[in-house]
Design a protein around this ligand. Structure first.
Ligand code: FAD
Length: 572
C-alpha cells in the first residue's frame, strides 16, 4: 500500500497460511498447546488438494499396525527409504519423519476428531526393495458426517466432480470393492444400498451427499477440531508477503476484503500453501516434459500457485529442486462437460485390473499397468518422446469394462452409452476399428494384443511382469485366477480411454530442516519461518514409496513445526 495510511493490524502467536492437511495439522497442534492461531486461506473454500485426495497417510509403526501385529521397525522403514530414495535421501528429515509420524498420528487419534483405518493389505509400492512392507504402513481416513460442520460444510471444498458418483456421492477407497461386487455379494449389495439411500435423502436438502470420505473427511474432521480449539480461519485471505524484523520473520501481509492487513505472529509463520502445481510458468520450468512443450494436466485446485514458495524466497528461503521427480505424477483422462470444458479423472485403479493394457500411438505397451501412478507416467512420457504430445490409450474389452468400468465409466448394470456419445469412451467392434477410431497404429495394436493375450491366458506377463508383486495384486481382482492383474482382451466390442500426464501436487519445494524450519541458501534456518506440506521439498526426494507419502509427511511436519513454535521438544 502506498497511501501512507497505517495498515490494519492483527496479532496472533502463530500464523498458518493454507488450509490443507499441512496447515491444519500445524494449526491444531499449536492451538492444542495453547497458542493463539490464525489460519488464512486464499480461496473461498477450505481444504486445498487434501479435500480432493484419498486422504491416505503413510505412517510406519503406527499404533493400529502394532496392535494388529504388523511386523515393522524404525530400522526397517529407514532401510526401505534408503533403498527407495538412494542419493535423494535427506537423512535428518527422514529420521524426524519416521520418529514423529506415529506420535503425530497418536496425538490426532487421541486429541482430535481425526480417525484412521489401518490398511493392512495395502503394500508399499516397491515391495521387492529391502525394508518394504506388504501392508500396514498406509491408513485411510474414516468417513464422517459433513453435517457435523454446520454451515462450514458449504465452505468445504468438494471432491473433484469426476471422482463422485451420481455427481455428488463420495466413495471411500473402502467402498470400491463393494461397488464392484454389489451384484455378486449380498453384503456388498447391502453396503451399496445404504450408501445410495443416504445419498438420495441428502440430495433433498444438500447440494451433495453429506456422508463424506477420504481427504474430504480428513479436512472436515480437522476443521471441526480446529474450530473447537478456537483456531480462527479467514477465507478469501491470501498471504501476500512476509514481514521481517532483521533476520526474523515476524508476520505477514494478508489481503482481506480488498485491504491489506498486517498480521503480527509472535511465534512465527507456517507456510502450507500446497506447492506450485497450478503455476504455469514454474511447471514449464521444472517439469521436463512441459519444458519440452508437451501437454500436462494438474489436479490441484487453482489457488496452489506457489505463493508460499515465492514469499519464502523473497524472505531469504532457498528453493530445493534436486529431487528425482519435481511432482507426484498420475495418468489422467479428461472428461467432457456440458459447455465444452473437461474435468480430469486420475487413473489410480482401473489400470491394475485384469484385462486392461495401455499402449502408445504405435500400439505398443510401454509399462507395467499395475505399477503405481507415479511410476507409470514417466514411462508414458518416455514412450511419447518423439511425439507431438504425451497421450496413451487404455484398452479393454466388453467383459472387463462391464465388470470393472474404465475411468469414469461405471461397471454394469449402469449404462455406458453416454460416455461413448460424449467422446470420452471410444468403442469399436474390432481391434483395427478401435485403432482407427483412436488414430493409432492398427497393426501395432493387433501385434501387441496377440502376444499379450497368449500370455495373459496363462497368467503371465513376460514383458512387464504384471501381477508379480504384492502391490500389483493389491490393485488387481483377488477372485480372478490365475493372475489377479491379467486377462485376455478378446470379447468385443473393444473400448479405450485416452490418458495424459497429470500431477497430484509438487515435490520440489522450500529447503527445510528436520524441524520444518525454512533454510536459507547457506542452510541456516530463517528464524520464525516454517514450511510444511507441499511448500516444503518432499522428504521422499521426488520418489513415491507408498500410499500416503505426501499427506503423512504433511501432517507430521505440521505437527513438528507447531511443537517447535510452541517451544516443545521435538521428538528424538
Ligand atoms: C485426486 C488426488 C488424490 C490424492 N490422494 C492422496 C492420498 O491419498 N495420500 C497422499 O498422501 N496424497 C494424495 N494426494 C496428494 C495430496 O492431496 C497433496 O499432496 C496434499 O494434500 C498437499 O497438502 P498441502 O497441505 O501441502 O496443500 P493443500 O491441501 O493443497 O492446501 C494448500 C492450501 O493453501 C492455499 N493457499 C495457496 N496460496 C495461499 C496463500 N497465498 N495464502 C493462503 N492460502 C493459500 C490453497 O488455496 C490450498 O487451499 C492426492 C491428490 C489428488 C489430486
Amino acid at each position: 500500500m502506498s497511501t501512507g495510511e497505517a495498515l490494519e493490524r492483527h496479532e496472533c502467536d502463530l500464523l498458518v497460511a493454507g488450509s490443507g492437511a499441512g496447515g491444519f495439522s500445524a494449526a491444531i497442534t499449536a492451538a492444542h498447546h495453547g497458542l493463539d492461531v490464525l489460519m488464512v486461506e486464499k480461496e473461498p473454500l477450505v481444504g486445498g488438494t487434501t479435500a480432493y485426495s484419498a486422504g491416505v497417510i503413510w505412517i510406519p509403526m503406527n499404533e493400529a499396525g502394532i496392535a494388529a501385529g504388523i511386523a515393522d521397525s524404525p530400522a526397517e522403514a529407514m532401510r526401505y527409504l534408503e533403498s527407495e530414495l538412494g542419493s535423494f535421501l535427506d537423512r535428518p528429515k527422514a529420521v524426524a519423519f519416521l520418529a514423529g509420524g506415529a506420535q503425530m498420528l497418536a496425538f490426532f487419534e487421541r486429541e482430535t476428531h481425526v480417525k484412521y483405518l489401518l490398511m493392512d493389505a495395502w503394500s508399499d509400492y516397491h515391495p521387492g526393495l529391502p525394508g518394504a512392507s506388504a501392508g500396514g504402513r498406509s491408513l485411510l481416513p474414516l468417513p464422517c458426517d459433513g453435517r457435523e460442520l454446520g454451515d462450514w460444510f458449504h465452505k468445504l471444498r468438494a471432491p473433484i466432480r469426476t471422482m463422485m458418483l451420481f455427481g455428488g456421492m463420495s466413495v471411500s477407497r473402502d467402498d470400491i470393492p463393494h461397488l464392484l461386487n454389489f451384484s455378486r455379494s449380498p453384503a456388498s449389495a447391502w453396503h451399496v444400498a445404504k450408501l445410495v439411500a443416504r445419498y438420495a435423502l441428502d440430495r433433498l436438502s444438500y447440494p451433495r451427499g453429506t456422508r463424506i470420505a477420504n481427504g474430504n473427511a480428513l479436512i472436515a474432521r480437522m476443521a471441526r477440531t480446529a474450530f473447537e480449539k478456537k483456531v480462527a480461519l479467514w477465507l478469501d485471505s491470501p498471504l501476500a508477503r512476509l514481514v521481517k524484523d532483521g533476520d526474523r520473520v515476524t508476520g505477514a501481509i494478508v489481503r482481506r476484503d480488498g485491504r491489506e492487513v498486517e498480521v503480527v505472529a509472535r511465534r512465527g509463520v507456517v507456510l502450507a500453501c500446497g506447492g506450485f502445481p497450478r503455476n504455469d510458468e514454474w511447471r514449464a520450468r521444472y517439469y521436463r516434459h512441459v519444458a519440452a512443450g508437451k501437454n500436462h494436466q494438474p489436479l490441484a485446485p487453482p489457488g496452489n500457485t506457489g505463493d508460499g514458495v515465492r514469499a519464502a524466497r523473497e524472505a531469504g528461503g532457498a528453493f530445493f529442486v534436486e529431487q528425482d521427480q519435481p511432482a507426484a505424477w498420475t495418468p489422467v483422462s479428461l472428461v467432457p462437460q456440458a459447455g465444452g470444458s473437461t474435468v480430469p479423472y486420475p487413473h489410480f485403479i482401473d489400470r491394475c485390473k485384469p484385462g486392461y493394457i495401455a499402449v502408445d500411438r504405435r500400439g505398443r505397451r510401454f509399462a507395467n499397468e499395475a505399477d503405481s501412478y507415479h511410476d507409470f507416467v514417466p514411462r508414458m512420457i518416455a514412450a511419447c518422446e518423439g511425439d507431438p504430445k504425451v497421450e496413451a490409450y487404455l484398452v479393454c474389452d466388453h467383459r472387463a469394462i462391464r465388470r470393472y468400468g474404465m475411468g469414469v465409466v461405471p461397471p454394469a448394470p449402469l449404462p455406458l452409452g453416454k460416455y461413448v456419445k460424449s467422446g470420452y469412451l471410444v468403442r469399436a467392434g474390432t481391434i483395427p476399428g478401435l485403432a482407427a477410431a483412436l488414430g493409432i497404429d492398427a497393426a501395432g495394436l493387433e501385434r501387441t494384443l496377440a502376444r499379450y493375450n497368449e500370455y495373459a491366458a496363462r497368467g503371465e506377463d513376460p514383458d512387464f511382469g504384471k501381477g508379480t508383486n504384492a502391490y500389483h495384486r493389491f490393485g488387481g481382482d483377488p477372485l480372478h485366477k490365475p493372475n489377479p492383474n491379467l486377462a485376455p482382451i478378446v470379447d468385443g466390442p473393444f473400448y479405450s480411454v485416452r490418458l495424459v500426464p497429470g500431477d497430484l501436487g509438487t515435490f520440489a519445494g522450500l529447503a527445510t530442516d528436520a524441524r520444518a524450519r525454512v533454510l536459507d541458501v547457506n542452510e541456516r534456518p530463517v528464524p520464525g519461518l516454517y514450511a510444511v506440506g507441499n511448500d516444503q521439498a518432499s522428504v521422499m526426494g521426488g520418489k513415491y514409496p507408498g500410499a500416503g507419502i505426501t499427506i503423512g509427511p504433511a501432517m507430521t511436519f505440521g505437527w513438528i513445526a507447531a511443537r517447535h513454535a510452541a517451544g516443545i521438544a521435538a521428538p528424538d
